[in-house]
Design a protein around this ligand. Structure first.
Ligand code: MV4
Length: 507
């Protein structure tokens, strides 16, 4: 047998993708390259969705509500049985971090392409994860590693670590049940507020305390572990550009992470994963303070939205690696073979209205022009004529730009954004231009408060500079033709619509 042994426990032949949108299409592309058949599942509003068209077979789950479709583990396992799928890829969101669903798959003899349920349970609890971090010798934010029994206990612990502190939900995530506390006098109401919000959101009111890290960066390490005790780290992603705990731009590598810091964070993340019996793709989140100390925050036990920037700078296909690991293969790359080359930036394009507090703006896409060219990748699952449903996350597309340097990646992204045109609905495309042109972003002077500070500044409304762009005119033509009779073309395209109408009259 060769030195690099590849054990295969069970070759996967057909994968059911228990998700929708761009991530479902992304997983199906990996399957196609591997000669694996695919099964889509869909809700009633997704009958004509791109992920359904991309699959070899498709099964209806139920009505649009996620609770009646994409969250119905029982129906999804039944679809796997009926179609003979031998594995399920959960994507992100929905059932991806549901330990009981992972266990139910195993019980049904279906491979769950993700970590074992038990590892998910350990890392899903913040307090248990902090204990695991201690066992793994991983630096974490100072504070408690068990739930707090009372306001008095919270005041005592806060006195030991020093104010300001942060109360967090043990079962939480995404900023819910979180309260900053500046002094002992504020603890009583903050404790009750955090605890009741945690109870409402997660069904558990357990809260714990951390020292507050000021102006932190959010940097995360990508991991991949096989079922034979090997785990590698695939560098970091900088995710500090976010608004209300929703990431907006991610990049790899981080401008502040030099090789020694990358190695220290990576090796700590690997120790945590191995000590928790982790298998498959995972991400360890850190806060990095102004002195570049790093602190463990939490572990995400799924493939993440922003995985493409890691793929671009490592040249690895994370979804294929997930599938190989899930069928029992050993990792085919060693740590010393993994190199970070160049720079990648991802913009999350949402159907939302920047002029109306980023309120979701689903609806019919009347025209769509997608960018291309060297170093541009788009992971997307919408098309002209598709109606973006209001029942799900309104992310339309992940636009990724790669370049030899961060500067080249930024310039390519700006070019791609200028080529991008979505007709019929509002999008946040214009926001990215503002960020990418901003001095603070360009010098990578970013932390988790960066975007909210930028948005608080008065913005000079930019003029659209595409009137001479033939492609935009062609798009406008389609927009005019697709607009129902008597209904005016949406204002956002009016400059183009005028030009398009002129062209249309000439034809
Ligand atoms: C913190 C913090 C400062 N100090 N913990 C927000 C979501 C949750 N997963 C962790 N969060 C934070 N925890 C300590 N001890 C600041 C944040 C935080 C944040 C973290 C990551 C990305 C964006 C953020 C935005 C605001 C606050």
């Amino acid at each position: 047998m060769a030195a690099l042994e590849v054990r295969m426990v069970q070759a996967i032949r057909k994968v059911l993708v228990a998700n929708r949108g761009e991530i479902a299409v992304r997983v199906m592309r990996a399957c196609r390259e591997m000669g694996i058949a695919t099964v889509a599942v869909y809700s009633d509003v997704d009958r004509a969705a791109l992920h359904v068209l991309a699959a070899d077979e498709a099964c209806r789950l139920g009505p649009a509500a996620a609770s009646e479709s994409y969250l119905r583990g029982d129906l999804i396992l039944e679809a796997a049985r009926v179609t003979g799928a031998d594995a399920i890829h959960p994507g992100y969101g929905f059932l991806s971090e549901n330990a009981d669903f992972a266990d139910a798959c195993a019980a049904a003899g279906v491979v769950f392409i993700g970590p074992p349920g038990e590892a998910m349970r350990t890392l899903g609890s913040k307090t248990k994860a902090r204990q695991a971090a201690d066992r793994a010798g991983m630096p974490r934010v100072p504070g408690s590693v068990t739930g707090l029994g009372s306001v008095e206990e919270a005041v005592r612990v806060a006195g030991e670590i020093g104010y300001p502190v942060m109360l967090k939900a043990a079962a939480g995530g995404g900023g819910k049940g979180m309260r900053a506390v500046g002094s002992a006098g504020e603890m009583g109401s903050a404790f009750l507020g955090a605890s009741s919000e945690a109870e409402r959101s997660f069904g558990s009111g357990e809260v714990y305390l951390e020292k507050l890290i000021e102006r932190p960066r959010h940097i995360e390490i990508q991991l991949m572990a096989d079922a034979h005790g090997s785990c590698v780290y695939l560098g970091e992603r900088e995710c500090s550009v976010q608004r209300r705990h929703q990431k907006v731009i991610e990049e790899a590598p981080s401008a502040v992470v030099e090789p020694p810091l990358r190695q220290a964070m990576g090796e700590a993340a690997v120790r945590l994963a191995l000590s928790a019996g982790y298998v498959n793709a995972g991400t360890v989140e850190f806060l990095v303070d102004e002195a570049r100390n790093f602190y463990f925050l939490e572990m995400n036990t799924r493939l993440q939205v922003e995985h493409p920037v890691t793929e671009m700078v490592t040249g690895l296909d994370l979804v294929k690696m997930q599938i190989r690991v899930a069928q029992g293969e050993t990792l085919a790359v060693r740590q010393e073979e993994i190199a970070i080359r160049g720079h990648a930036i991802e913009c999350r394009i949402y159907a939302e209205d920047p002029e109306n507090n980023f309120f979701p703006s689903p609806g019919l896409i009347t025209a769509l022009r997608q960018p291309g060219g060297p170093g541009i990748r788009e992971d997307c699952a919408v098309y002209a004529g598709w109606r973006v449903p209001l029942e799900y996350d309104p992310m339309l597309s992940k636009l990724v730009a790669y370049g030899e340097t961060r500067e080249v990646a930024i310039e390519r992204m700006l070019g791609a954004l200028s080529e991008y045109f979505v007709g019929g609905i509002r999008t946040n495309v214009g926001l990215f231009r503002r960020i990418l042109m901003d001095e603070g972003f360009r010098t990578a002077a970013i932390d988790t408060g960066y975007l909210e500070r930028l948005l608080a500044e008065a913005s000079v409304v930019e003029e659209t500079e595409v009137s001479d762009d033939l492609a935009a005119v062609v798009c406008a033509l389609f927009a005019v033709r697709l607009a129902p009779e008597g209904e005016s073309v949406p204002e956002a395209v009016s400059a183009w619509a005028v030009a398009g109408r002129r062209e249309g009259l000439r034809a």
